[in-house]
Design a protein around this ligand. Sequence first.
Ligand SMILES: Cc1cc2nc3c(=O)[nH]c(=O)nc-3n(C[C@H](O)[C@H](O)[C@H](O)COP(=O)(O)O)c2cc1C
Length: 366
Amino acid sequence: MTTALFSPIRIAALDLGNRIVVSPMCQYSADDGVATDWHITHLGMLSNSGAALVVVEATGVERRGRITHSCLGLYSDDCEAALARVVAHCRRYGNAKIAIQLAHAGRKASAQRPWEGGRPLDGAADPWETIAPSPLAFGPGWPPPREMTMSDMDRVCESFVQAARRALRAGVDAIELHAAHGYLLHSFLSPVSNRRTDAYGGSAAQRMRFPLDVAAAVRAAVPPSMPLGARITGNDWVEGGLTPVDAVAFARALKEIGLDFVCISSGGVSADARPVMVPGMNVQIAEMVKAEARIATRVVGLIATPKRAEEIIAGGKADMVALARAMLDNPHWGWHAAKVLGADVVRPSQYQRAAPNLWPGAMFQD
Ligand SMILES: Cc1cc2nc3c(=O)[nH]c(=O)nc-3n(C[C@H](O)[C@H](O)[C@H](O)COP(=O)(O)O)c2cc1C
């Protein structure tokens, strides 16, 4: 049986053996941005999930750009050394390529870990000043961020470039910029969070300007052979917010400055966002972006079964699928999907006896 999900794809000069990607997932387990043994455990495990690519969680390009005190960062030599150790571990024991998501949390920074409530840090919890395009709070109870000056923008842009250089030295195979979920780059793009009256606010082109400046600066620092992409928002799910048409325009502009792929996600721009949570919720948007912007397109959001993932790729709706929660639930998701679809994946020698013929029945139904 031939399967689209298990067909190879080349992005820039990176060859991926299949279309399955482990979506970036914050672990809130770093120590001043420095990866810990939890990252070795988590990413080491997912490097043997059957996915061709594992994306390391949103990684703060500067200290104040982390969501929580425990988020991963890439703003110090210690951060870089710890990431290099994690990447080397995954490469030695795993079979996936490793990408990293570079991020700045903007007005959603200085928050508690999700399991502590995910609320803004209070005075006793060592909060910090947040920055954003406009001094508008994310939602009720959130502090208004400080409106960024030109010098803030220069500094953040330079931090993205420096973090990309650190990521290259740490040995990653690909880099993606986080321009979704209401974090800093997305908050510039969206009229919900960007009310600037200078050249970085107003029209769609002006709201795109800072994120595109960052993307162009990072592109210039990353060799053309290395895939550079961005996670973008397909829909703000807020009245007056970004729509799929805006996602197409942004994807086109990213392609123009040399980015190799986009990942279509949605939501998170403000506490008012009401995403429509249905299986494959972003697939239609991805299909539109892929067709109209003609850039390699990944899609994420409630994709959990091999059959659905196969349909997305075989139907030409996206070039890659990213899975987050399904991978946590079943860190050998790719192995089981291969079994269901009649394909195979590379497995570590130590686990050869478990597959592919241990269970005669299918593991999934759908
Ligand atoms: C524990 C957890 C952490 C996440 N952290 C990130 C992140 O660092 N960057 C990001 O872009 N999305 C993050 N997300 C969102 C996922 O990457 C994904 O887009 C979302 O969960 C929808 O996909 P799913 O239905 O396959 O889980 C996170 C999701 C989870 C469950």
